[in-house]
Write a protein that binds this ligand. Sequence first.
Ligand code: HPA
Length: 266
Amino acid sequence: MIETYVENMQKAFHGFVPEVLIILGSGLGVLADRISDKIIVPYTQIGFPKIMVSGHKGELIAGRLGGRNVLCMNGRYHLYEGHPASLAKDMMSAFQKVGIKEVIATNAAGSLRADMPAGSLMMITDHINFSGQNPLIGANNDKEGPRFPDMSNDYDHELQERIRQTAKENNIKLYEGTYFFVVGPNFETKAEVKAFRLLGADAVGMSTVPEVISAIYFGMKVVGISVITNQSADIQSIPLSHEETLMEAHMAAVDLQGLLIKYLEK
Ligand code: HPA
């Protein structure tokens, strides 16, 4: 499977070697508009499964952004669709084999902090995997990565500092915090968000962590940014919806686009 992914990507890229992988979260597809010299490859052409969430397209976009060779995942897979967590490991393995060394993971997330409103950008400084699942479950190939990978430096400190500086220089307000990963697909109950807050989380979402764990396993450097699309159920008075998530994400995507392009240029 992994070999097929690699072969199909290399065939489609015609010698282009991407270095930075950008994973686009729900409603953040506009980021891909700024990529030049684009090669667009539908996931089905690579052998990846079909995407089933609205707001997620299902294509890879290879090209240049901020002076670097990037590969953009426009659309991601979620555990709540029924995909196994190991899909993230297989995909990351293939991405590493085509040249990826650095991963920028973005997502839409709910805020657990009253002082971090919808529309905010939050750099992920750490995460809590509350899913009960892990992409690394199964036999381990010690040549690829360790059986028990260290996660104490999960989000790369040097790259985090670069994002921090970039935000400061461009007057982009950037929150920082811990991302709490739940499987979904239901939004959280009031009791759940209270509990997650007590556990030390700042934002909650249904993605990213399987890809991050896999990327770290394969030795890639990772940074993550959440676009805050709503307040949590115990703070916000109106019911949560996917439509609201997409709308807020579209609005904050402009800030995120600016931040990431400047970051890549640094
Ligand atoms: N909870 C979980 N996932 C989310 C949320 C939320 O409030 N907002 C966007 N993705």
